[in-house]
Design a protein around this ligand. Sequence first.
Ligand code: GTQ
Ligand code: FE2
Length: 243
Amino acid sequence: MLSSSGATAETLDRFYEDLCGYSTSPLWLVQEEALVAEPRSKALPFLWRWRDLQPQALRAGDLIGTADAERRVLMLLNPGLNRMATTNSMFAGLQIVMPGEAARAHRHTPAALRFIIDSQGGSTTVNGDRIPMYPGDLVLTPNWTWHDHANDTDDPIIWLDGLDIPLVHMLEAVYYEPYPEDVQPVTEPTDSSLTRYGAGTLRPSWETSGAAHSPLMHYPWQQTWETLQRLAPPRLTAAPMTA
Ligand code: GTQ
Ligand code: FE2
């Protein structure tokens, strides 16, 4: 049977005030909001348009040097969230590297993915593996892997970054380390993660990856497109992002 004390409002007010002084609070006053009500996200639907942002990225390329910005990134901040976040768990940004530039090597506990938009052979090096980047490619830099970006082409390169910074930040596990030099050495043949692991279920028998993450860092658009085509109705024929 449920019980009732009959305590007056004043008595309860005094009790709650006292609890406050012990850094304590009654759950029964917030139980509904804390546990019963379904989540209502503060994140809002929002559209960032390429035609708006590309000129601003190029402007950043003109106005900001690599001495002022280790990463030249326009953050896509959700208008409903008052923090460095695009969704509750993910951060996204547009990054631009100008011709002849390199974005210095570092590593951090948040993991990153990059969807390449403009690049005809700019590159990201991940743990010594240099990955050439073309439009539509997906490049991964798992947590705590060394990475730097280079643009040895004649045109600016731009891609969309996605990092789980908000999630790792919430866990109070964001750590960062600069590489001792500006650029890390390339220690593998170009695109070696793709060479070894890009054939899906066909893997070299002598490779034993002990890493806690996928050993494949590069998903070239051409492969993605061909796979989608095999899955889709036959009317899809032209690859819109083909380099
Ligand atoms: O390219 O290494 O958008 O470290 C945010 C943090 C990109 C990067 C971002 C980063 C990077
Ligand atoms: Fe980074």
